[in-house]
Design a protein around this ligand. Structure first.
Ligand SMILES: NC(=O)c1ccc[n+]([C@@H]2O[C@H](COP(=O)([O-])OP(=O)(O)OC[C@H]3O[C@@H](n4cnc5c(N)ncnc54)[C@H](O)[C@@H]3O)[C@@H](O)[C@H]2O)c1
Length: 111
C-alpha cells in the first residue's frame, strides 16, 4: 500500500543498519522524505543513496548534533513530521569484559 506517508518528513536515527534501515526503506517507499542519521558516515551515506534518502552524520547522545539534524532537515524540507529514535546498541553487540562479543544466538539465556 504505497503513499501512506506521502508529504511527510521523517528522521530515522540509527538508519544505517538493522531496524533503522528497514524503517527508513519502508517510509521512503511509502512516500515520505527520509533523513537518516547514524554514527557511521560510510554506511549511512551508502544506505541513503540506495533508498533515495538524505544522510546526516549525528550522534544521538549529543544535543548539538540533534540541533544540526533539525536544522538540515528544516533547510531541506521545511518541516519535520516524524522522528523514529531507533539508534542504540543491541545486547548481542555488547562486548564482554574479556573483549569477546557475547554469543546470545547460540545461548539466548546465557549471561
Ligand atoms: N535487535 C534486537 O533484537 C533489538 C531488541 C530490542 C531493542 N532493539 C533496539 O532497536 C534499535 C536498533 O537495533 P538493531 O538491531 O537494528 O541494531 P543495529 O546495530 O543493526 O543498528 C543500530 C544503528 O544505530 C547506530 N547507532 C548506535 N549508537 C548511535 C548513536 N549514539 N548515534 C547515532 N547512531 C547510533 C549504529 O551505528 C547502527 O547503525 C536499538 O536501539 C536496539 O537497542 C533491538
Amino acid at each position: 500500500m504505497p503513499d501512506r506517508l506521502k508529504g511527510k518528513v521523517a528522521v530515522v536515527t540509527g538508519g544505517a543498519s538493522g531496524f533503522g534501515k528497514a524503517i527508513a526503506t519502508t517510509f521512503q517507499s511509502e512516500g515520505a522524505s527520509v533523513v537518516i542519521t547514524d554514527l557511521s558516515e560510510d554506511t549511512g551515506t551508502a544506505v541513503a543513496k540506495e533508498i533515495g534518502a538524505t544522510f546526516v552524520r549525528a550522534d544521538v547522545t549529543k544535543r548539538d548534533e540533534w540541533e544540526k539534524v533539525l536544522k538540515q532537515t528544516l533547510d531541506a524540507y521545511g518541516k519535520l513530521d516524524l522522528v523514529i529514535n531507533n539508534a542504540g546498541t543491541t545486547y548481542a553487540n555488547k562486548v564482554s569484559p574479556n573483549g569477546a562479543a557475547k554469543a546470545l544466538v547460540a545461548s539466548p539465556c546465557a549471561d
